[in-house]
Design a protein around this ligand. Structure first.
Ligand code: NAD
Ligand code: TYD
Length: 355
């Protein structure tokens, strides 16, 4: 028995692979990743020499490669993490999002359909395609609106969320039309180790440590629900193990907060753990021009996964954010390695437009 993971060198995928293989009895993983700017083999360094982890450098859009991998490894399930994942990048260059998130997911589904159709008996009945998606497909909520349930209408507003919404629709249609056994999860904002420092929390940590401005878009009162990445991984395991075939599960942290509060919490933790002689880190907060089309609020109603699968997050925001800040403080080498020339180019492009 083997799992095929796509995008397992990225933030959430690498956390999942490491968590999964931490169990000595766990099934092996074939990890297919194109190693874009967001994919990093260093995240998986702890698995060097572990025969249960087979890393394959390749693209989900490469059908011949997918067919070869399926024939060779015969996975009993596929966990699809691979995506272009950053809203700001999707604003500057939406093409890559359509290519990977829409066309890539289509190619993957077609390869899986061919493979699954040829299975028989128990192997066919137990086979699963688990599609990892986002709460952003549901669009923006008014401040007093109820949180997103699984039946909330799709109203994506950014090129990123539109491309993920399109991929969710493809997955749904492959179940409805061809019977492919799929599961979909829509999760809120993750944070934790190995997150690329273009997303809010790691960007604030690495900028603060470098004495750089902490760029808060607009008034900083946009609300997100934040979930520690280890909790997302445990939710995915629960859905894979017991999720009802064809169902959608929303995953969230019951932790809605405006960006301004998140940034102040990060600053306060850094003040405690790595005080700056120049003064409190909050002095670096700088309000910059808002993101175009910026969604005001996301909130997840995660009652279905709790009711059906007994899952709830194990970390509170206080414990999770402390672990995260400590991880970045003790992994300066990782941060330096991912802040390559291309990363610096991106930061210059994004923030030149915001001022
Ligand atoms: P990430 O950007 O850190 O990692 C994406 C990974 O996919 C990278 O390793 C990259 O190399 C790989 N990849 C990209 N294009 C590929 C392709 N064409 N073929 C093969 N591999 C490719 O993203 P993440 O934050 O780990 O997110 C993983 C998944 O979870 C995504 O589908 C994302 O939409 C979803 N998600 C993320 C969050 C979040 O807060 N980060 C929240 C909810 C859902
Ligand atoms: P981000 O981490 O990019 O996730 P998403 O856009 O997918 O929710 O951003 C989280 C929130 O933080 C979002 O409301 C935008 C805001 N933000 C800033 O204010 N400044 C920044 O530099 C970044 C990257 C994000």
């Amino acid at each position: 028995m083997t799992l095929l993971v796509t995008g397992g060198a990225g933030f959430i995928g690498s956390n999942f692979v490491l968590d999964w293989l931490a169990d000595a009895a766990a099934e092996p993983i074939v990890n297919l990743d194109a190693l874009t700017y967001a994919g990093n083999r260093q995240n998986l360094a702890a698995l060097e020499g572990d025969a249960r982890h087979v890393f394959v450098h390749g693209d989900i859009g490469d059908r011949a490669l997918l067919d070869r991998l399926l024939a060779e490894h015969r996975p009993r399930a596929v966990l699809h993490f691979a995506a272009e994942s950053h809203v700001d990048r999707s604003i500057h260059g939406p093409g890559a999002f359509i290519k990977t998130n829409v066309e890539g997911t289509f190619t993957l589904l077609e390869a899986m359909r061919a493979y699954w159709s040829a299975l028989e008996g128990d192997a066919r009945a137990a086979w699963r395609f688990l599609h990892i998606s986002t709460d952003e497909v549901y669009g923006s909520l008014a401040s007093d609106a109820p949180a997103f349930t699984e039946t909330h209408p799709y109203q994506p507003n950014s090129p990123y969320s539109a491309s993920k919404a399109a991929s969710d629709h493809l997955v749904r249609a492959w179940k409805h039309t061809y019977g492919l056994p799929v599961l979909t999860t829509n999760c809120s904002n993750n944070y934790g180790p190995f997150q690329f420092p273009e997303k809010l929390i790691p960007l604030m940590i690495v900028n603060a440590l470098a004495g750089k401005p902490l760029p808060v878009y607009g008034d900083g009162m946009q609300v997100r629900d934040w979930l520690f990445v280890g909790d997302h991984c445990s939710a995915i395991r629960a859905v894979l193990a017991q999720g009802r075939c064809g169902e959608v599960y929303n995953i969230g942290g019951w932790n809605e907060q405006p960006n301004r509060d998140i940034v102040h919490t990060v600053c306060a933790l850094l003040d405690e753990l790595r005080p700056d002689p120049a003064g409190p880190y909050a002095r670096l907060i700088s309000h910059v021009k808002d993101r175009p089309g910026h969604d005001r609020r996301y909130a997840i109603d995660a009652r279905k996964i709790e009711r059906e699968l007994g899952w709830r997050p194990a970390e509170s925001f206080e414990t999770g954010i402390r672990k995260t800040v400590q991880w970045y403080l003790s992994h300066a080498d990782w941060v330096a390695a991912v802040q390559s020339g291309s990363y610096r180019d991106w930061v210059a492009t994004n923030y030149a437009a915001r001022g």
